[in-house]
Design a protein around this ligand. Structure first.
Ligand code: ATP
Ligand code: MG
Length: 424
């Protein structure tokens, strides 16, 4: 975003004009060198937070105790942080104290990896005391300083390490990897939403399998409240993950869980622990639900094509989104992992028809019906009760299957018929 770059440059300029040092720093410099898109531009300066606040009218003291002020310029927000060091990490997480310093190099020293310990001034001059540029060129992730200590100070860095290695497809320097393996049990102290953030970034990247492999190989997985061993996952299924992209990236999680033979409840519990939103959890586990139901359908209907209504019921029970997601995933699965091979033929039929049905089926939910509960109460002059829900579900099913048209008159007629049947 050239406008964001321009606006942040204004901020640097203003700081410089007042005689302060000011740089772009961290991820934005790294991403620029990697030729990746930059979505936030962090700034670091020798000015104290008070001095920054004095200089910029439009600013918010977002993290004064860490020296951070958010400055607004144009429509953009920039985090401006005073050069600082950190000391005394508590609980392998946050530093308990920060100290402001005068020299950018001291600030860069607190940063996690050499590629993130880079600063660039307004003229494009780069400050790189730890060889970050050459590590970027040669595709290495390397801790600033002794990996063992750095991971000991803040365990989140281990997940960041794996995430960067995965997203960038970079190698991990030997000592950094050794430090990670040595300190992996500290991962248990990281807040779950931070685990999720890293995992989501990793899974959405171009090489999620690399990250999964690193988590598995380092046995880090066992310490992030996913008490599982990497070998639980079926590699043949895992390799399909990368075929899902764009908006379907969320479904990579479904495939991951399918490959680990998770049942829905178990998957849901894991995602809950990782603080996934309700919507994401529903979407991810919906696929597992359809998969489970289809297994039953296949088991119970050896090779008949009496599956039509079964399938419809399945679709209705799981919701349309889940059914469509499931259909999307099926063709990606290796043939051996699809529903049992003896039932392959049945499965093919279901699949062929289901694809068609989900397209042609106009009725998916009660609210799609061309009749409401109130209409029915009025028609029958009765009070509501559980019978109404049952009747509505019956109508939904019959319209979905195509036995009756989703038209008001046809539905009223069906109501009349059912009631007459009941009374007979
Ligand atoms: P991205 O924004 O792509 O997730 P990033 O490296 O920019 O990656 P941020 O969380 O935006 O990550 O942090 C900005 C910078 O702050 C980093 O580049 C790094 O220099 C420093 N940093 C972030 N987290 C840590 C940490 N846990 N330990 C040390 N330094 C960190
Ligand atoms: Mg960033």
């Amino acid at each position: 975003d050239p406008e964001m770059a321009r606006q942040s440059e204004e901020v640097l300029l203003k700081l410089n004009e007042e005689g302060y040092d000011a740089f772009w720093v961290g991820g934005c410099v790294r991403d620029e060198l990697l030729g990746r898109s930059v979505d936030d531009m962090d700034i670091t300066t020798s000015a104290s937070p008070e001095q920054v606040m004095e200089l910029f009218a439009d600013c918010i003291p977002t993290g004064l105790q860490h020296g951070t002020v958010t400055v607004r310029s144009g429509g953009y927000f920039f985090e401006v942080t005073t050069f600082r060091t950190e000391s005394e990490y508590k609980d392998n997480r946050r530093p308990s104290e920060v100290q402001f310093v005068k020299d950018i190099k001291e600030d860069l020293q607190r940063r996690d990896f050499t590629m993130n310990a880079l600063a660039m001034d307004r003229n494009g001059k780069i400050v790189d005391p730890f060889g970050g540029q050459s590590d970027i060129r040669e595709e290495w992730i390397r801790c600033v300083g002794a990996a063992n200590e750095r991971f000991g100070e803040d365990a989140l860095r281990m997940l960041r390490c794996v995430r960067f290695a995965s997203v960038f497809d970079f190698k991990i320097a030997y000592n950094t990897w050794r430090g990670l393996v040595k300190q992996r049990d500290l991962l248990q102290y990281i807040a779950m939403e931070r685990v999720r953030t890293e995992m989501v970034k990793m899974m959405a990247g171009p090489h999620p399998l690399r990250g999964l492999e690193l988590l598995s190989r380092s046995r880090a997985l066992e310490f992030i409240k996913a008490p599982v061993h990497g070998d639980r996952f079926d590699k043949k299924i895992l390799v399909c993950i990368e075929q899902l992209s764009g908006v379907d990236v969320l479904l990579r999680w479904s495939l991951l869980l399918i490959s680990g033979q998770y049942i829905r409840e178990e998957a849901d519990a894991l995602l809950r622990r990782w603080t996934f939103s309700n919507d994401d959890r529903t979407r991810i586990t919906g696929v597992l639900q359809v998969e489970e139901l289809m297994k039953t359908v296949v088991r119970e209907n050896k090779d008949q094509l009496t599956l039509r209504s079964e399938w419809i019921v399945t679709v209705l029970a799981c919701g349309r989104q889940a059914a469509e997601d499931w259909l999307k995933i099926q063709p990606l699965l290796p043939s051996g992992s699809r529903l049992s091979t003896s039932a392959e033929k049945v499965y093919q039929k279901i699949y062929a028809n289901a694809a068609e049905w989900t397209q042609t089926m106009k009725v998916h939910e009660l609210k799609d019906l061309d009749i409401t509960g109130e209409n029915i109460l009025e028609q029958l002059q009765r009070k509501g009760g559980p019978w109404l829900g049952q009747l509505m579900k019956h109508l939904l099913r019959e319209t979905a299957i195509g036995n009756i048209a989703n038209q008001h008159e046809a539905l009223t007629a069906e109501v009349k018929r059912v009631v007459a049947d009941d009374q007979a």
